[in-house]
Each structure stands twice: as structure tokens, then as C-alpha cells.
Write a protein that binds this ligand. Structure first.
Ligand code: ZN
Ligand code: ZN
Length: 305
């Protein structure tokens, strides 16, 4: 097999051993290097042009991408941590890299212990999924760790059996949150919003149905049965989606509920203002509903003659 194909098929990084095992000889590797098809990231590790900066950094340090950096590659929630989390396999060559805490470009590096907790080695450059989630829930704070677990479950990043084992073995600080976990959130931002509002004392139903008949829609969260929240879990919100968002808002309002749309930024960086707005909207909606009900009840009690 051609060295470039081997490197690409293994995720754009391969070790000399992996190349040899797949039939590439030393002569093939030399030729691919000379042709510029692959390059040497460090001794015994080769990358192709598709390898990204994190992969090249991991390869240069004889490490695997781990923890939040590993789960992030698969779209699993990892909070706001921007450091590159790495694990050095026990048999890694070289020692200097292990002490590095900031790379040449000023990016933070976070090294994890060499022994995988679950004994699963992963690939030459990426830790095993269950190991990555296990590391992430230790590095993340409580709310982001629970959001990471819900996200891993929702995206089927790990199996239900692996999830159960992780939850049983998880640190005690996460046990109350684990008992509250549900598989309703499309994004980590939605998990954070649902849990924060419930802990604030609100009744929050996830994926509540707004409108019982044909044309009904699903809202992400319904607060106190009167305010529907639509959460945009992504950091960017394209103009193309805005048209359908407006349609949805109009429909929810038409069905008698208030609708609020929350962005990634509002939840992650401006929660106090966002919470105050939700509180006021819920209070207004409840007052309006009680007034309507009061009018209906007093209407029923009025003599028909
Ligand atoms: Zn490639
Ligand atoms: Zn970590």
C-alpha cells in the first residue's frame, strides 16, 4: 500500500510501525517523503497535508490528542477550554515535551497521565472515545462535565454500556448531576440552560410540544408551561436559518406562548442578563395567563339570565 494512502486512512498521521505493518517499505516511505506527499512530524511519525495544527503538535510531542480536545473533534461538548489536551503513551520516545506547558505559538498544553483508565489505547494519535470522555469530565467543571456526558450520549460517541460504567465510576462531585441527566438536548448550550433554569426553581420541560394539532412544532425548552425557548447551540448563526426562525417564533406566539431565542453568546457569556430576561418574560406570561383564567372563571359564575 502506498505510504500516503496509509497515512490518510489512519486519520492523516501514521507511525513507521503502522506503515510497515500495512506493507509500505522504507524505500516507499523515502520516495513519498521526497515527492512531498508525506512529511516527518518527528522521529518515526509521518503526516500528510490534511493533518491539522493539533495533530502536528501531538505528533511532534509523541502524544495522543486527549480529553476535551479529542471529544471536540467529534462535536461533543467540551466547554470553553481552548488548551490542547494531550496524553503521552507510556512508551513515548523523548522526554523534553512532557514538561512543556505552552507551545511555540503561545497555546496552552495540558498533559494527562500516561496510563489509560479503561485500558483502551486508541490510535497512535488519538485516545479512545471512552478514555477521552473520562478525562474530559475530570478536567471540566460540574455543569460542563454533565453537558459533555449528555452530548456524548446524544451523539452516540460512546456506547450505553460505556456511559453507564463512566457514570458509576465518575467523581462524587458529578453524581447529583448524573442523576438529573436526560437525552433531550441537541447541544451543550441547551443542557446548560435547562439545568441552570431548573436549579433556579423553574419547571422546565425539554423538547416540549407547542400546539397539539397539525402544524405543531417542537421547542427546545418550555419554561413554566408558558415561555418557549429555542437555543442556538452553535457559535455562529447563519442568515439562511433566520427566515425559518422568524416563522417559528410567530407560530409559537400564535399558539399562545411567549417565544425567546437564546444564542450561544447569551448563554455562555451573558447569563445574568439572559436569566433576568427569562424571569421577567415568565412572570409577564404567568400574570397574563392568570388574568385570562380569572376572567373565564368569573364569566362562568355570572348568572346566565
Ligand atoms: Zn491525508
Ligand atoms: Zn484534560
Amino acid at each position: 500500500m502506498h505510504p500516503l494512502h496509509v497515512v490518510c486512512s489512519l486519520g492523516h498521521i501514521a507511525t513507521t510501525d503502522e506503515l510497515f505493518r500495512r506493507g509500505a517499505s522504507a524505500r516507499h516511505i523515502r520516495a513519498a517523503l521526497q515527492a512531498g506527499q508525506i512529511s516527518r512530524a518527528t522521529r518515526g511519525v509521518y503526516v500528510c497535508q490534511h493533518a491539522d495544527a493539533e495533530q502536528r503538535q501531538a505528533a511532534a510531542l509523541h502524544s495522543q490528542i486527549a480529553c476535551v480536545s479529542a471529544v471536540h473533534r467529534f462535536g461533543v461538548w467540551c466547554g470553553l477550554d481552548t488548551a490542547l489536551h494531550l496524553m503521552r503513551p507510556a512508551d513515548a520516545r523523548g522526554g523534553a515535551g512532557a514538561r512543556l506547558r505552552v507551545d511555540a505559538h503561545g497555546h496552552d498544553l495540558h498533559f494527562h497521565g500516561a496510563a489509560p483508565r479503561f485500558g483502551r489505547p486508541g490510535t497512535s494519535w488519538l485516545v479512545d472515545p471512552v478514555e477521552a470522555v473520562w478525562q474530559a469530565i475530570h478536567c471540566l467543571d460540574e455543569e460542563n462535565a454533565i453537558a459533555c456526558l449528555e452530548s456524548a450520549q446524544h451523539l452516540k460517541f460512546i456506547t450505553p454500556t460505556q456511559m453507564h460504567r463512566l457514570c458509576v465510576l465518575a467523581p462524587a462531585r458529578l453524581h447529583p448531576g448524573i442523576r438529573e441527566m436526560e437525552d433531550t438536548a441537541d447541544s451543550g448550550v441547551e443542557t446548560l440552560t435547562r439545568r441552570r433554569l431548573r436549579h433556579h426553581g423553574f419547571t422546565v420541560v425539554a423538547q416540549g410540544q407547542v400546539g397539539a394539532s397539525a402544524g405543531s412544532i417542537r421547542e427546545d425548552l418550555v419554561v413554566e408551561d408558558c415561555v418557549a425557548l429555542e437555543i442556538d447551540g452553535r457559535q455562529w448563526h447563519g442568515a439562511a436559518k433566520l427566515g425559518s426562525d422568524y416563522d417559528r417564533d410567530l407560530m409559537v406566539e400564535g399558539l399562545g406562548r411567549r417565544a425567546l431565542r437564546l444564542s450561544y453568546r447569551q448563554v455562555m457569556f451573558d447569563w445574568q442578563t439572559t436569566l433576568a430576561t427569562i424571569e421577567r418574560t415568565v412572570a409577564d406570561a404567568l400574570r397574563l395567563r392568570n388574568r385570562r383564567r380569572g376572567r373565564r372563571i368569573s364569566g362562568q359564575n355570572e348568572p346566565w339570565w
